[in-house]
Design a protein around this ligand. Structure first.
Ligand code: SAH
Length: 256
């Protein structure tokens, strides 16, 4: 009898306990990481928030939502830069990551993320994995992120880093992102983090009707424009020029 009632109690308590533990785990996963850079990261986020507000007011640029800012706050940018750059990790500027490439300015990452309008369950393609930082920010907000990098050692390092940090929903590959990643197409959003002379047709093809592509377009370092390319439900494409930017060029590999 006593044993039976103990079972009955544990039968009720265990699910409740498990639910409480799961809720706690969820809360922990959604909170910004508690590392020694936490205060610096929060400060950077306030700075981006203020900058975005001023840009929205005076420059007609989009507002950056709380959701996107919170995603940036959950990603430890210092883990995505070389050791020698760590003390600069929470400055609002691009930083070198080796092989002549850079991790983008956090405000630009926030802006591109906002423009992609990421929704839970979305499938997003990124061209130019670099450090993996933009992919991690997207992964905080969507279902699956597919990211292509042309520089093999960067791709390898980013894949290892993303795995170590627990970003199981980021999938990386080495290749020329000009051709997209057909196996997982179509995408709800495509974020291109290297400047192309024009919008690559294969990427447009792999964008879902109703989807958005954010891409820096321009031939020289000094004349690039961040563009929003929207594919409407009927397949028609609308392109909006947003702001002057400076990205490394989209280099071309072998045709696939
Ligand atoms: N998104 C990156 C920023 C990377 S800078 C981050 O968050 O750190 C742009 C990256 O695009 C570089 O790593 C560069 O090697 C890569 N790249 C350039 N041309 C490419 C191409 N054709 N396909 C895929 N990646 C390319």
């Amino acid at each position: 009898m006593a044993a039976m009632s103990a079972r009955a109690v544990s039968g009720r308590l265990l699910p409740a306990l498990l639910a409480a533990l799961l809720a706690l785990a969820g809360a922990v996963a959604a909170a910004p990481p508690r590392d020694e850079y936490r205060a610096q990261r929060a400060q950077l986020l306030r700075e981006i928030g203020r900058h975005a507000e001023a840009m929205a007011r005076d420059g007609g640029r989009p507002w950056i939502s709380r959701r996107v800012l919170a995603a940036l706050e959950r990603v430890p940018r210092h883990e995505f830069v070389p050791e020698s750059q760590r003390r600069h990790a929470y400055e609002n500027r691009p930083l070198p990551i080796g092989y002549g490439q850079t991790i983008s300015q956090p405000y630009i990452v926030a802006l591109m993320t906002e423009l992609a309008q990421p929704e839970p369950g979305d499938r997003v393609l990124e061209i130019g994995t670099g450090s993996g930082y933009q992919a991690a920010v997207l992964a905080e907000l969507v279902g699956e992120v597919y990211s292509i990098e042309i520089v093999e050692p960067l791709a390898r390092q980013a894949a290892q880093r993303l795995q170590r940090l627990g970003y199981a929903n980021v999938h990386t590959t080495v290749g020329d992102g000009y051709y997209g990643w057909k196996a997982h197409a179509p995408y709800d959003a495509i974020v291109v983090t290297a400047a192309a002379p024009s919008v690559p047709p294969p990427l447009l093809e792999q964008l879902k009707p109703g989807g958005r592509m954010v891409i820096p377009v321009g031939t020289s370092f000094f004349t690039q424009t961040l563009m929003l390319v929207e594919k409407r439900a009927d397949g028609k494409v609308r392109t909006t020029q947003l702001l002057p930017v400076r990205f490394v060029p989209l280099t071309r590999g072998e045709a696939r």
